[in-house]
Design a protein around this ligand. Structure first.
Ligand SMILES: [Zn+2]
Length: 174
């Protein structure tokens, strides 16, 4: 998935974690402070690409999804959850990045590429390995690209609803 969409989804998880439970959500009730820190969620979601894209660009590894995308780091993530106050948010953000990348490959008919999750134990025989800039051009118009577009559209609708009270909130008389 595109880098910005990873950050968007992480921010969305933060927003969802701060919503009141039950029917009162989006009805003009003040939002609770997020249960998971949005900043740490976004940092966790950024981490994989911030680490792996430079490693790929510098030729350290021949793929753009390596150490930061490996689910084998799960024990390390668990340790961070235990040790750090915002470790859970960081780990959830990181996990969402891995899940979305695997989802995008599956949606685009490259489910085998999701083997990146087991790097370096398992490696793909024919990795895509396209540099990030070129990748965006390659990616535009693919099924997963439209899935991302739908996510952005949903985020815009939610943002408009909460900012301008479009829809249900208007009935509350504000
Ligand atoms: Zn990624």
């Amino acid at each position: 998935m595109l880098f910005a969409t990873h950050l968007l989804v992480a921010a969305g998880i933060g927003w969802l974690s701060g919503r009141p439970r039950g029917v009162s959500g989006l009805r003009g009730t003040p939002a609770f402070p997020p249960a998971l820190s949005t900043g740490w969620l976004v940092a966790g979601a950024a981490l994989s690409d911030v680490v792996d894209k430079p490693l790929g660009a510098l030729g350290v590894f021949d793929v753009y999804q390596s150490v930061g995308h490996s689910a084998l780091l799960l024990p390390l993530a668990a340790a961070v959850v235990v040790k750090h106050r915002h470790g859970l948010a960081l780990a959830v953000g990181w996990g969402s990045h891995l899940a979305l990348d695997a989802l995008h490959m599956t949606v685009n008919g490259r489910a085998g590429d999701a083997l990146f999750l087991a790097w370096p134990v398992l490696t793909r025989s024919d990795p895509l390995a396209i540099p990030p800039g070129e990748f965006a051009l390659f990616y535009a118009g693919s099924p997963s690209f439209f899935l991302e577009a739908a996510l952005w559209l949903a985020a815009i609708v939610v943002a408009l609803r909460s900012r301008f009270g479009v829809g249900a909130a208007r009935k509350s008389g504000r």
